[in-house]
Design a protein around this ligand. Structure first.
Ligand SMILES: *[C@@H]1O[C@H](CO)[C@@H](O)[C@H](O)[C@H]1NC(C)=O
Ligand SMILES: *[C@@H]1O[C@H](CO)[C@@H](O)[C@H](O)[C@H]1NC(C)=O
Length: 514
C-alpha cells in the first residue's frame, strides 16, 4: 500500500516574507529585490532620462580620463557604458540597478550619482564591528575593530545584539564587547586592505583613492543635532549584498588569534513605506508618486504645502546635509553630495564627544580652543543649516569669540562635510580672509557654467519671459548671477549665448561665455 502524501503547494512571495519586520537576513531582502524582472520599457526610460541629464554634469566628459593626479583612478566612459547597459540582459531589475549605480559611481563624483529609492538604503545592512586604522606607539598602522565598537553597537542595535552575541564561536559566545579594539589580521582570509581597496573601487563620491579608502572605516560628523557616528562601508551597506564577514583577529591585550564569522543583518530604513506582498512593495516604494517629476510651484493653485513638499522631494533624503528650509533650498544655490545612504543619526559615544565648547556654537558649527590657547578649531559638519541667515551669523559670532579668547590660528575640521550652500563657503572664506582685492566684491566666484542643450533652452525661455520665475528661484535665471564687478545680469541677458565650444577628452563640450 502506498501511503498517501498530501502535498501543499505554497507559493512563497519573497517580499511578503520580509514584510513588517525590523531586522532580516540580507539574503531574504535580496530574494525580494531580485524577484522583479526587468521591464524593457522602464529600462529604456531610465537610460534615456539619465543620458539626457548628463549634459548638466562636468564629470561626464572630464572623467573619461581625469587629469593628473587622478588619471589612473578616474576613467569612466559613461556614454559607452549606457550603450552597453541598453543592450545587456539582466536576471532581475535589482541586477540592472546595481550596474547602473556602480557605473555612475565610477565617475567618483558625488554630484553625479544614480539612486533608486526602491533599493538603495531601503534596508541598511549592518555589522556591529566598525573598523578603524590605529597607529601604535612605534608609528605602525593597522586595522582594528574600533575601540568604541561595542558602546556604539549596544546603544544603536540593542534589539539585535543577541543575534551577533550568539554567532560568536566557543568561549567568545556572548562576549561581543571583548572584540572592541582587536587588531584585524585578515578579512575573509585576505589582508584587510584587499577589502579596503575593493570598497574604494565601488564606493564613488571622491576622486582621490585615499579618501575612498577612508570610507571603509568608521568616522564622525558634526551634525545639526550633535555629534554623529559614521559606521563606515565595512559595517554598513546600502544594499544587502553580503551575508557575513570572517575576520581573523587578535584581541586587545592578547597574543592569541581567533577567527570569527559574524552575519550581516539588514534593518528596515525609516522612510520605507510598509508593504504586505510584492505588489504593495512595488507600489509603495518603487513607482513615481505625485511630485516625483516636480510640480509647477508658480501655478496659482499650488498650495504652499505642495511647494514645500516638491522642493524637499525624494532626493533630499540622500543629500548629505541637514534638513534645510524649503525657501532657502529654492533661494540659494546648493552644491551638496548625494550618497546612496541618507545621513545617519547614530550617536557618537559621549566619551568621544569633545568638551570645552566655545559660546556661539550652533548646529553644524562647533567652536573649540585648543589647550595651547592660540589654536581655534571650527568643526564644520556641513555647509548647510536649517536657516541660512542664522548660519552666516553663527560662523561670524563663533570666529569672533575665538579671536577674543586669544586664537591666532584656526583649524577647520570638515570631516564628512557633504557640502551645502555655495554662498556659505564663500562667506566663510570672506570672513576669514577679510576685505582684499581678491575677496571684494567677489571671492573666487569668477567661474563658468556648462551650457548644455537643456540649460540653454531653459535660459532662453526665462529670458524671453521673466514672469515665468517671479521669485528668482530658477538656477538659470540671469538675475541670480553677476558680472565680476558685482553688477547683476540684466533680466533679459541670455548669459549662456553664444556658448564657448571646447573639446574635453576628444568630446565636444560647451560652456558659458560669462
Ligand atoms: C545618449 O544620447 C546621445 C545623444 O545625445 C545619443 O547619441 C546616444 O545614443 C544616447 N545613448 C543611449 C544609450 O541612449
Ligand atoms: C560691470 O560689467 C559689465 C560687463 O562688463 C558692464 O556692462 C557694466 O556696465 C559694469 N558695471 C559697472 C557699474 O561698472
Amino acid at each position: 500500500m502506498h501511503p498517501f502524501v498530501p502535498t501543499i503547494l505554497v507559493i512563497l512571495d519573497p517580499c511578503a516574507a520580509i514584510a513588517g519586520q525590523k531586522w532580516v537576513a540580507p539574503k531574504d531582502v535580496r530574494a525580494c529585490f531580485t524577484s522583479f524582472k526587468v521591464d524593457p520599457e522602464i529600462k529604456a526610460n531610465i537610460v534615456d532620462v539619465v543620458n539626457k541629464t548628463l549634459a548638466f554634469h562636468t564629470s561626464v566628459n572630464y572623467e573619461l580620463l581625469a587629469p593628473e593626479p587622478f588619471t589612473a583612478d578616474v576613467h569612466e566612459d559613461l556614454l559607452g557604458d549606457l550603450a552597453r547597459i541598453s543592450k545587456q540582459q539582466y536576471p532581475s531589475d535589482f541586477d540592472l540597478h546595481i550596474d547602473m549605480s556602480r557605473t555612475l559611481k565610477r565617475l567618483n563624483d558625488g554630484h553625479c550619482v544614480y539612486i533608486n529609492s526602491c533599493y538603495d538604503s531601503l534596508f541598511l545592512t549592518f555589522l556591529p564591528i566598525p573598523l578603524v586604522l590605529l597607529t601604535d606607539s612605534n608609528g605602525a598602522q593597522a586595522v582594528h575593530i574600533a575601540p568604541e565598537a561595542f558602546t556604539v553597537a549596544s546603544a544603536e542595535f540593542a534589539d539585535e545584539l543577541q543575534v551577533w552575541q550568539n554567532a560568536l564561536p566557543g568561549a567568545l559566545k556572548g562576549q561581543l564587547s571583548s572584540l572592541s579594539g582587536a587588531k584585524v589580521l585578515l578579512i575573509n582570509g585576505a589582508d584587510p586592505f584587499v577589502a579596503v581597496d575593493a570598497n574604494a573601487l565601488i564606493t564613488g563620491s571622491f576622486q582621490p583613492f585615499g579618501t575612498r579608502q577612508n570610507s571603509f572605516f568608521s568616522s564622525y560628523n558634526r551634525a545639526d543635532t550633535g555629534w554623529s557616528y559614521i559606521m563606515g562601508n565595512f559595517a554598513q551597506l546600502s544594499l544587502p549584498l553580503t551575508d557575513s564577514a570572517t575576520l581573523t583577529i587578535q584581541l586587545a591585550n592578547s597574543v592569541k588569534t581567533e577567527t570569527i564569522t559574524l552575519p550581516y543583518r539588514s534593518r528596515i530604513g525609516s522612510t520605507a513605506v510598509p508593504w504586505t506582498d510584492s505588489t504593495s512593495f512595488r507600489e509603495n516604494n518603487c513607482v513615481a508618486i505625485d511630485g516625483t517629476n516636480g510640480v509647477d510651484i508658480n501655478a496659482p493653485d499650488t498650495s504652499n504645502a505642495k511647494r514645500d513638499t516638491a522642493t524637499l522631494s525624494t532626493v533630499s533624503k540622500f543629500r548629505q546635509q541637514p534638513k534645510i528650509s524649503s525657501a532657502d533650498a529654492r533661494k540659494h544655490a546648493l552644491n551638496v553630495m548625494l550618497d546612496v545612504t541618507p545621513l545617519q543619526d547614530i550617536s557618537l559615544p559621549p566619551a568621544l564627544t569633545p568638551g570645552g565648547v566655545v559660546s556661539g556654537s550652533l548646529g553644524v558649527s562647533e567652536f573649540h580652543l585648543l589647550n595651547d590657547g592660540k589654536t581655534g578649531v571650527l568643526a564644520l559638519g556641513s555647509f548647510s543649516e536649517d536657516d541660512f541667515d542664522t548660519f552666516e551669523q553663527t560662523l561670524l559670532t563663533g570666529l569672533t569669540n575665538l579671536k577674543t579668547m586669544g586664537a591666532t590660528q584656526l583649524i577647520v575640521d570638515v570631516s564628512n562635510n557633504g557640502g551645502g550652500f555655495i554662498c556659505i563657503a564663500h562667506w566663510l572664506h570672506r570672513i576669514l580672509a577679510g576685505p582684499k582685492s581678491t575677496t571684494v566684491p567677489q571671492a573666487g566666484l569668477d567661474t563658468e557654467t556648462r551650457a548644455g542643450p537643456l540649460a540653454r533652452l531653459i535660459t532662453k525661455t526665462i529670458v524671453a519671459n521673466p514672469s515665468l520665475d517671479p521669485n528668482d528661484e530658477l538656477l538659470y535665471n540671469p538675475i541670480g548671477f553677476a558680472f565680476l564687478n558685482n553688477t547683476v545680469f540684466p533680466a533679459t541677458f541670455d548669459w549662456l549665448e553664444p556658448p564657448v565650444q571646447k573639446i574635453i577628452n576628444g568630446r565636444q563640450d560647451a560652456f558659458s561665455p560669462e
